[in-house]
Ligand binder design. Structure first.
Ligand code: BT5
Length: 324
């Protein structure tokens, strides 16, 4: 019944429809209509109630509400179970709790804002209300813990394809976990896992996608961007989220069928790191060189005067191209 009321409101979006008309149309009491409207408002729908005119759904509702996501979903496994929060500490934290309690593979956690959104090494992730997609996906991959780091590369390929399909924006992947537009970060990915010696219990892939952030804090302003600024138009977060789940599922199915090689090949094509002069800040060492490839483990290979260094984790900054 709630869905039917919502459909009726959407059909008349922006215009009032009286409680009496809804109750007549759907054959329910006016009290029941009122209760369903109240529940819809509580779950985040922006519905105006007027004593004489009735109810109106504001046209500009772009919340990541489960019913809205389900209506766009084309993936078969990812997003079948959705946990939605107006505000949460970190979607990755919630997803890890759900995963530890046995939630099915493909469960997602989305939030309008995160209070303590996280990057790697406990760095913070800026997640303002309603301006991005703050998303975590639970996977239970059949491969070993050594392969988990490649999930970040796999996710980057999936997200980059979805962004291109929905917005037309051509971004590039920066090793290991960023998607950049015009040298500015529009997406960050944080993969976390729980594993035994040779089996993965679960992997949580956290993705932060800047959709319509216009003003970043001063420390981020020179290095961050959002997709609506890149395109110059507004972007439906729900549509983009559904496309991300679809593309991520496609690459995940491919990895399970054929291993990581095809996805790593796609990653190489979409990379903006390879062929460039880079400064590497590993956890225990720093050096510079030219990024020449990634190997079968997803490690970055950097050619230095001393030889080829293999970087499994760390930060990489790309030197600007110097024109002659
Ligand atoms: C990342 O870490 O880029 C991973 C970010 C993952 C965020 C998602 S949101 C959903 C899920 N739940 C979470 O709690 N996290 C995940 P790293 O490579 O360490 O980069 C972190 C750095 O990016 C920060 O130190 C800032 O410099 C910068 N940064 C923070 N917020 C940003 C934003 N919104 N856009 C661009 N850059 C940002």
């Amino acid at each position: 019944m709630r869905t039917a009321i919502l459909e009726l409101l959407k059909h008349n979006a922006g215009q009032y429809i009286s409680g009496e008309e809804i109750s007549r149309n759907l054959n329910v009491s006016r009290t029941a209509v009122w209760k369903h409207i109240r529940a819809l408002k509580q779950s985040g729908y922006d519905i105006e109630a007027h004593s004489r005119l009735g109810y109106a759904l504001r046209q500009n509702t772009d919340r990541l509400l489960p019913a809205e996501i389900r209506a766009q979903l084309t993936s078969a496994v990812l997003g079948q179970e959705i946990h939605y929060f107006c505000e949460v500490d970190s979607t990755n934290n919630e997803a890890k709790k759900l995963a530890a309690n046995g939630c099915p593979e493909g469960t997602i956690v989305v939030a309008e804002t995160q209070v303590t959104g996280r990057g790697r090494l406990a760095r913070s992730w800026f997640s303002p209300f309603g301006k991005g997609i703050w998303l975590s996906v639970v996977l239970r991959p059949p491969f070993g813990p050594m392969d988990a780091a490649k999930c970040t590369l796999m996710a980057a390929v999936g997200v980059n394809r979805a962004i291109n399909a929905v917005t037309g924006v051509g971004c590039g992947i920066k090793w290991p976990n960023d998607i950049l537009w015009n040298n500015r970060k529009v997406v960050g990915i944080l993969t976390e896992m729980s594993a035994e010696l040779d089996v993965i219990n679960y992997v949580v892939i956290g993705m932060g996608i800047n959709v319509s952030i216009e003003h970043f804090p001063s420390e981020l302003a020179p290095i961050a961007a959002s997709l609506s600024v890149a395109t110059g138009r507004s972007i439906s977060r729900v549509k983009l989220l559904a496309a991300i789940l679809d593309e991520l599922e496609n690459v995940y199915v491919l990895v399970k069928k054929s291993g990581f090689a095809p996805v790593l090949a796609a990653w190489r094509k979409e990379s903006i790191t390879l062929g460039r002069q880079v400064d590497v800040r590993g956890f225990d060492r720093s050096f510079s060189g030219v990024a020449i490839d990634i190997d079968a483990d997803g490690a970055l290979l950097v050619k230095t005067p001393q030889g080829v260094e293999r970087v499994l984790a760390g930060d990489v900054s790309i030197s600007p191209v110097v024109s002659k």
